[in-house]
Design a protein around this ligand. Sequence first.
Ligand code: GLN
Ligand code: ZN
Length: 764
Amino acid sequence: MSSVLTFAFGFPRLGERRQYKTLLEGYWSGSVDEEGLLQGMAALREERLREYRSMDLIPSNELSLYDPMLDTAVMVGALPQRIGPYDGLSSYFALARGKQALELTKWFNTNYHYLVPELEQPNFRLSQNFPLEDVRFYRQRGVETVPTLIGPYTFLRLSKRSHSSDGTPRITPLSDEEFHTFGSALVPVYVEILESLRSEGVALAVLHEPALALDVPNTHWELVAQWYGELSRRGLPLWVLCYYDSVSDFRRYCELPVAGIGLDFVSNSENWEALQRFGFPREKALIAGIVNGRQVWRSDLEELLRFVESLTRFADNVVLAPSCPLWHLPITTTVESRLPEGLRERLAFARERIEELWLLKAAWEGEPSALQRVKEQSALVRQPFARNEQVRQRLAALKESDFHRSPPAAERRALQRKLLHLPVLPTTTIGSFPQTAEIRRLRAQYRRGELSAEEYDAAIQQHIHHAIAIQEELGLDVLVHGEFERSDMVEYFAERLEGFATTEHGWVLSYGSRVYRPPIIYGDVWRPQPMTVRDITYAQSLTRKPVKGMLTGPVTMLLWSYWCPDTPAEELAYEIALALADEVRDLEAAGIRIIQIDEPAFREGAPLKRRHWDEYFRWATRAFRLCHARARLETQIHTHMCYSEFNDILPYIAQLDFDVLSIEGSRSKGEIVDSFSQLPPGSLHVGVGVYDVHSPAVPSPEEVEAILQRVLSVLPPEAVWVNPDCGLKTRKWDEVIPALHNMVTAARRVAQRLEYHTTQQDRS
Ligand code: GLN
Ligand code: ZN
């Protein structure tokens, strides 16, 4: 019989009481000193031993002080010159946050953000041996661990090259040539680290290579094979893990000269199909990612046991593991006391995933009580849960025409323009206004029961009143109510939709010390009553200018939540869309003329491999269109997206068939508009962001004008709107007011010049 071992990795670093966040923020604010920080982190490292104790192998080098990509850059000495000589914590955090920080970007197709290393020269050196330090830390506590590192390919693939030779720094992805030169310099540093681990008596090291699940060109595979040849020649056995999708070239991956190959069998069935087709090198360990590291529904363990059985026909050593690192999950379900009846026992967060691995192994070895639990859990998860027949019927009755709005956008916009009395270059904002300490206090008081619902609502209305007055004063053309009632754009709607649960403690790191609580979609989604109508109509009652209704779109609602994988993502997105379509109808009936449906996560959902894009964007665009296909001709539908790469998905964006798009653009100084030239001129009406909402700096009218001119060099004036990059909730009023003032001033100046030119032309 084959041997079966267990190995879990990537347990959340946050700590059960969010100690990680408290420590870091304490250190940054000066209330915790360096020693306090390091002691607190040491306690968190020890805590991890308890989490992993039921596993056969225990990983180390997992508790980053901010981000594992940054750690890797520090480890190999890949630091930009601007921070000067590396002096430990202060340089580390200077790279992580503040003015000199590295760029923050989405980590693969997840909602975690990593720091993008900037590579200047192809020279690396071992500057801090984190893996060795951590091995020693645990050894002092009597525990042998398996050090884990981000592998050289993933490190380079996710890094950027910073060229500053010509004076102005340019940041670009590495070219093929650079992969070669930088790789040749990087691999010796990895060799040095692995050798130090081997001399320390370490028996095995793990290299994370999720970038091998992207589209990996041949030239890269050749380098990867060469690099791993060098790494494994040093005699320390290595395992390579690739996850978040199937590996891009199954055969070349399995041929890497390493002791163990990790395969994600959860993201989709491609690895399993390839395994059946091409077989597996028996002598290598198969690290089988079989419990879901990204979703929270408990596994059907009986089915998994059969799957393990079939895997053992291919490999002599099978290692049961999560599909990917566990840090995409909250810590444990046991602390949740307010979930809907029957839900908690159906959920697995990180700790429960480890328990599943342990149970599977015990059951595999024939332990009767484990076999019994496996059976019970499968029976439970196979029962349908929180189904709603009416919703299902509504879904089944959908016709193709329910996804298409008519007449075409050009006709709709002509009418809307007339009815809305908008000037040339209309100005607006993205939705939220500053969430001041006072608003957070109100929310806390309401939660604690110190304010009644009426008192709370009245206080929120006062803030809406204030925001409308300010916008009138500033002379904005399309107003917003300010989103003061929302702590989070997803959680707010999740709390109001059936089929969504929200958690009390289900925090997940988004980056650094920033956390959020993804809701859980546990059944069919429907809307018991209107969600936004009262606040929006109140705002509209205060002004003659149009106030935008603000909704979070179906794709973002889905992607920023967990869902039960039994229901296809596509169906859930349609269910959410139907609920939003009802909201659109109610807003219209209440006299709202413009409705914005935000989709900031639209790009992030794109699969890692291009060949899967059409399928994802097919349902994602249909879900969005379902929200507004029945909207009246005169209702103007806006959408908003931000902080992603849009160039390559514009054709999909165009299929959303909205009337107006607002998009972030200030970081690129409006350059993003160039990509719009791929579309028929004027076919999209767009507000390119002219104001960076992440910075307290107030843009001058001239800076805004420059971006507008850039935009107008590509788009016809009637297609251009003026707005900030994103919502203003993290800013202060005394930054927002002058910034919007300058934005409106700039828009008017440019509009005047345009009008002058047109009248001149008309005359001649
Ligand atoms: N309407 C939201 C806001 O203004 C949009 C937020 C986002 O794009 N992430 O805050
Ligand atoms: Zn945004």
